[in-house]
Ligand binder design. Structure first.
Ligand SMILES: NC(=O)c1ccc[n+]([C@@H]2O[C@H](COP(=O)([O-])OP(=O)(O)OC[C@H]3O[C@@H](n4cnc5c(N)ncnc54)[C@H](OP(=O)(O)O)[C@@H]3O)[C@@H](O)[C@H]2O)c1
Length: 258
């Protein structure tokens, strides 16, 4: 995708990676419309970056999304980029006496069904644009699951798989499909502690490297900053099982000592 002269819809752009992307793209002269559930967070974004448009919308609410997309297209007929960034991540104990299915359902609804629905609603419009893109934000955990967040990891693996099929079906059209594969980044995805965790990649460094990769190769399929490569490449390595075990045992040991 090109990095300027777009009209972009970014889900979950009121905080973290989505907000940093929204601000960076806005600064590069793109028209940016941000979706989120929290009106106050969206208002704060508008104060930080006047000119960014915001809409309160829960992307898991099917009816609201259908109406919301229609209104956005009416107001921004030049919309040519969809960034499926919104996501939730919660730990799940599968050994608990009663497994809380609400976490699993919300995770799949937010991280997988919502991007698929938004894609379905916008695809015909995007295909009519001279150049267009769908950017799906997956995760390094799509390639090596984190065992304490099973539904999250599964949702991201599925989003990766969906992005591959989508890209294949859209080959030869004006719509490009990019997958952003973040490593562990300093945001509040799993709480404020993550935002300050020195072992996580600083948010601005992640955005800088991501934009550099997109800029240097506008046709790039997977945007993988250096930090995520061990996870991304483990999937194809002969010692995948060992990598998976060590990765999860290290995480478990870190949780026990914390
Ligand atoms: N940070 C990391 O380490 C990391 C690593 C790999 C992948 N990722 C992915 O990066 C993306 C952004 O996450 P982040 O790290 O920036 O965390 P974040 O700051 O918590 O951002 C997630 C955003 O999604 C929005 N959201 C959640 N549910 C929504 C819903 N139903 N409808 C509309 N908006 C919704 C949230 O806003 P509201 O609460 O206002 O709705 C929030 O702004 C996610 O897809 C995440 O899985 C992050």
């Amino acid at each position: 995708m090109q990095l300027s002269d777009n009209t972009m819809l970014i889900t979950g752009g009121a905080s973290g990676i989505g907000r940093a992307l929204a601000e960076a793209f806005h600064m590069r002269g793109n028209t940016v419309i941000v979706i989120g559930r929290r009106a106050e967070a969206l208002e704060e974004l508008r104060t930080r970056a006047p000119g960014i448009h915001t809409r309160v919308l829960d992307i898991t609410d099917r009816q609201a999304v259908e109406g919301g997309v229609e209104r956005v297209l009416h107001e921004f007929p030049s919309l040519n980029v969809l960034v499926n960034n919104a996501g939730i991540m919660q730990a799940e104990d599968l050994l608990a006496p009663r497994i809380d299915l609400s976490v699993q359902e919300a995770t799949i609804a937010t991280n997988l069904l919502a991007p698929m629905r938004l894609t379905a609603l916008l695809l015909a419009h995007l295909r009519r644009q001279q150049r267009a893109a769908i950017v799906n934000v997956s995760s390094g955990l799509a390639f090596v699951p984190r065992a304490d967040t099973p539904s999250y990891s599964a949702s991201k693996a599925a989003l990766h798989s969906y992005s591959e099929s989508l890209r294949f079906q859209l080959r030869g059209t004006s719509v490009q499909v990019h997958e952003l594969v973040p490593p562990y980044v300093q945001t509040a995805l799993m709480g404020e502690r993550q935002a300050a965790d020195p072992t996580a990649m600083p948010l601005q460094a992640f955005i800088y490297e991501t934009l550099l990769l997109l800029e240097s190769d506008p046709d790039i399929e997977e945007v993988c900053v250096k930090r995520v490569l061990p996870l991304r490449n483990a999937a194809g390595s002969s010692d995948y099982r060992g990598f998976f075990r060590d990765f999860n045992e290290r995480l478990q040991a870190a949780r026990v000592t914390n």
